[in-house]
Ligand binder design. Structure first.
Ligand SMILES: [Zn+2]
Length: 141
């Protein structure tokens, strides 16, 4: 089967639940679904709360700060236009450790990425979406 050439960044399939996550960057906000009844953060976003079974779930802005839980350095040019090596990581949010976002770590040498490294979100506009990516938190000297 012929596979068409993918774009520089493979865009997610976006639906009503995931749209806020992929577009909040337009306003500089990382939007994560939050339960209005028990305050549990729900990610990946679904319209109910796995903690209390409530339906009072809606996207709210979070700090965008977190830590690298695990990562791999990809050296293979799977995606044309995306330079290698790049870092594919799971980032746990400051607000709730079991909210783990699949993203890339940029703005540093891949060899400098460590487990537990503090990172912060920024957004890369791609077509109609704002892809949440992470970079090291600037440390004050
Ligand atoms: Zn809940």
């Amino acid at each position: 089967m012929h596979t068409p050439t993918p774009p520089a960044r493979i865009l997610p399939a976006v639906d009503m639940d995931t749209l806020p996550y992929w577009t909040g960057g337009k306003n500089g906000q990382l939007l994560i679904h939050r339960c209005g009844d028990c305050a549990y953060l729900v990610h990946p976003p679904v319209p109910f709360c796995p903690a209390c079974d409530g339906r009072n779930v809606a996207p709210v802005p979070v700090s965008g700060r977190g830590r690298v839980t695990t990562f791999t350095i990809n050296h293979k040019p799977w995606v044309p236009g995306l330079p290698v090596p790049y870092v594919l990581a799971l980032v746990e949010l400051e607000e709730q450790a079991d909210v783990r976002l699949v993203s890339n770590i940029t703005h540093c040498d891949p060899a400098e990425v460590t487990f537990g490294m503090a990172v912060e979100v920024y957004f890369e506009p791609v077509e109609d979406l704002y892809v949440p990516l992470f970079r090291p938190v600037e440390r004050l000297a």
